[in-house]
Design a protein around this ligand. Structure first.
Ligand SMILES: [Ca+2]
Length: 454
């Protein structure tokens, strides 16, 4: 039987495609609400549009504090196990409380003093960390809820000592007002030469005689890193808890066209362009590359800009685009390639042009990490769209300026919004017959049917 005449039209619809894959071999904590997230479960936080979510891809870390969340308390002093206290003067009160707390656990440490004798006097909790070396990067962070202050402020403080306990140097940051809830205070730097250990503190410090106040501290973290990452903890007094690095990939077969294509994604960095450490190789956003790094491309954020690398047998190339961003800013990244060139567009503007990479073959596209080296992107990812052709600069600019999620169209091979899900989508078509369709020699179509998921 042959159908000779078919009238009507194909209507574009959105159909499911293979989802993205996410791994993390340890639990983690959602930085937005503090809740624990299970092994291999993504962390979704506030996304680029009202009500939307984005997916965090973060490097691993180890928190050198024990009982970092003040969850274990078996003593009589009011100070959580593994922590010590110091009081210069006045009437200090310490207690392990069940409110207010961070949702990572059920307890927090309260520190209070009703009247310190003079400026500089302190009331604190602290913990010693051993096994450190000089010249190591460090980041100390903690969540503080400041209930009251009078001639006093709250301070996160670290001092470094050598093996003989001689003081070598310190670092601190103050917070001078009450808070509506928990806020995170962070300090970063490099340990002084000769460092063997440190003492890290959460302090109420007087600015004048009679200084008083009350604060709560929770989820303290000391990392051997030049920048802080999200909290990891263990609810005991012995473990220095480790969070595993995260990977996010998509299958490339039938999705990435090595001859011509476009990859677009919205990136919301955890660190500003100026706070991105100069020592960091680059926070990896998009990597389509062989594991020996000989073929493919890389896009990554460095201090003060974005770098793109083209890996090719005819000679590797890289380009750097100076651009600034703050924490929470949206960066619209678009990588496109044709038969000769590889292009990077940032926020709709052409940023870098390089010679075309060599086809890395059938490997995965990494979003926010790479297979062969750290670090992760340490950023939120949303609205990934992959296309089968090099979209024009004007198209990419218009999509950026629309301020809307990227649409699925006939050139889309995969769209993954990361809006609280790893689900992927692509174009499909339904055939919509017109009323005047005549079908000769075949069954008459009476309703729309799915014709293609190509
Ligand atoms: Ca806690």
């Amino acid at each position: 039987m042959t159908r000779a005449i078919v009238k009507g039209f194909k209507k574009l619809i959105i159909v499911p495609r293979d989802p993205a894959s996410f791994t993390r071999s340890s639990p983690a904590y959602n930085p937005e609400d503090g809740s624990q997230v299970a092994v291999n479960e993504p962390r979704y936080v506030e996304g680029p549009w009202a009500g939307s979510k984005a997916l965090l891809v973060e490097e691993g870390t180890t928190n050198l504090f024990k009982n970092a969340s003040f969850e274990v308390y078996t003593g009589m002093t009011g100070v959580a196990d593994g922590w010590a206290s110091a009081v210069s003067s006045g009437t200090a009160t310490f207690s392990v409380v069940t409110s207010p707390i961070r949702p990572s656990g059920s307890k927090a440490q309260k520190v209070s003093n009703s009247g310190m004798a003079s400026a500089g006097h302190i009331t604190d909790v602290h913990q010693d960390i051993t096994g450190l070396y000089g010249g190591q990067p460090y980041s100390l962070s903690g969540y503080f809820n400041v209930e009251s202050l009078n001639n006093a402020y709250v301070q996160i403080y670290v001092d470094f000592r050598d093996a003989a306990s001689a003081w070598l140097g310190g670092n601190s940051r103050g917070h001078y007002s009450t808070t509506a809830g928990f806020i995170r205070l962070c300090i970063s730097g490099t340990t002084p030469a000769g460092t063997a250990r440190c003492q890290a503190h959460a302090i109420l410090r007087a600015t004048a005689a009679g200084g008083s106040g009350t604060f709560y501290v929770d989820d303290m973290q000391y990392e051997v890193k030049p920048h802080p990452t999200s909290i990891i903890l263990a609810n005991d007094t012995t473990t220095q808890a480790t969070r595993s690095p995260e990977t996010l990939t998509i299958p490339t077969a039938g999705v990435l066209n090595p001859q011509e294509g476009t990859v677009e994604v919205t990136v919301i960095p955890n660190l500003s362009s100026s706070a991105t450490p100069s020592s960091v190789l680059g926070f990896h956003d998009l990597v389509w590359m062989t594991t020996d790094a000989s073929k493919g491309f890389i896009v990554r954020r460095k201090q003060g800009g974005i770098e793109m690398l083209s890996r090719r047998s005819a000679g590797h190339q890289n380009g750097f685009y100076p651009v600034t961003w703050n924490v929470g800013d949206k960066l619209s990244i678009a990588v496109k390639w044709d038969s000769a060139k590889l292009y990077l567009l940032v926020n709709g503007q052409l940023a870098i042009t390089l010679d075309k990479f060599d086809d890395p073959g059938s490997v995965q596209l990494y979003i926010g990490s790479r297979a062969d080296a750290p670090p992760q992107g340490n950023a939120l990812y949303a609205d990934l769209r992959i296309s089968s052709r090099a979209r024009t600069d004007a198209e990419i600019l218009a999509a950026y300026q629309s301020g809307q999620p990227l649409p699925v169209d006939e050139w889309t091979t995969l769209k993954v919004p990361f809006d609280a899900s790893l689900a992927g989508y692509g174009p499909g078509y339904v055939y919509v017959p017109s009323n005047k369709t005549r079908v000769v020699g075949g069954p008459r179509r009476t309703k729309a049917v799915l014709l293609s998921r190509s």
